[in-house]
Ligand binder design. Structure first.
Ligand code: NAP
Length: 257
């Protein structure tokens, strides 16, 4: 019998981990799908495809043509369009869908969080006075901060920021997570950061900046997750997804290596 085929919608560290763990079973064909935004994605277990499918219909067609037996949405919690397409494509094709979404971060004692509904509101909340601002929110979202040129920005991203999105007064850092708290604290001190803007991504890989801000008593403007009620049950970690994928495929939960 040919191996059952699992398509993982990725773009996150969890998706990579999931692909590696499922590939290690040895009884599944794994394809990881990337949006194609990162110029040099990290090496990956299993097959990789890159670029949009062409909406829900395009994804449904891909699922049929590639004989996919299970679809896993392991995209970032802010990637709502892809997640909605996944729900629709799963309905159109009958392919079972498993969704991974890390629980969001919650403020703890000592945090100075300021809630923002979206990135544009976060930019406005910086206020009229000049401040040094740390941004690690994704290159595509920088445009909102061009409307607040009074600040000095320290922008961190995996790939270089396009000229069109460059801010007037900014220092650019190229780096790829995970980022540990002590390193984030050193960076904030070195750069004289006064306020941090962060998306509420959840998970450990990028929590270091939140913990570092707390230890330095810095305010963090936290962008709330977009509201996206697809009615789909959501699993909180990679182990739960592995068990669920095995279950929907009628396979044993674990397989010896
Ligand atoms: P989005 O707004 O939900 O997606 C926009 C379009 O990009 C989708 O409709 C789809 O095009 C394509 N796409 C997105 N993810 C894809 C994937 N894994 N494989 C193939 N095509 C994909 O998402 P986004 O905010 O642009 O995010 C793009 C990617 O970056 C995602 O994989 C996400 O996990 C990752 N990411 C996003 C954020 C964030 O804050 N948004 C942060 C870290 C990582 P078609 O409709 O043509 O299929």
């Amino acid at each position: 019998m040919t191996s059952r085929h699992v398509l993982i919608l990725g773009g996150t560290g969890d998706a990579r981990l999931l692909a590696a763990r499922l590939a290690r079973r040895g009884d599944l064909r794994i394809t990881l799908s990337l949006a194609g935004r990162t110029q040099a994605p990290l090496a990956q277990a299993g097959e990789v495809r890159s670029g949009g499918f062409g909406g829900a219909e395009g994804l449904a067609a891909w699922l049929r043509e590639s004989r996919v037996d299970a679809l896993v949405d392991a995209t970032h919690p802010f990637a709502t369009r892809m997640s909605q397409n996944a729900v629709q494509a799963a309905r159109m094709t009958g392919v079972p869908l498993v969704v991974l979404s890390r629980p969001q971060w919650e403020p703890v004692e000592g945090d100075r969080w300021i809630d923002a509904g979206d990135v544009a509101e976060a930019a406005e909340l910086l206020g009229p006075g000049r401040r040094t601002v740390f941004l690690a929110i994704g290159r595509q979202e920088l445009a909102a901060f061009a409307a607040q040129p009074q600040h000095r920005y320290v922008v961190r991203s995996v790939d270089a920021v396009d000229d069109a999105l460059r801010l007037a007064d900014a220092h650019y850092i190229l780096d790829r997570g995970p980022f540990a708290e002590p390193d984030e604290r050193m960076l904030f001190e070195r750069e004289g950061i006064e306020v941090v803007v962060a998306k509420n991504s959840g998970g450990d890989a990028t929590y270091g900046k939140i913990a570092a801000a707390r230890s330095l008593n810095l305010p963090v403007i936290v962008v709330r997750r977009p509201h996206s009620d697809t009615g789909q049950a959501v699993l909180a970690d990679v182990d739960a997804v592995i068990a669920r994928v095995a279950h929907v495929l009628g396979l044993p939960a674990e397989r010896g290596e």
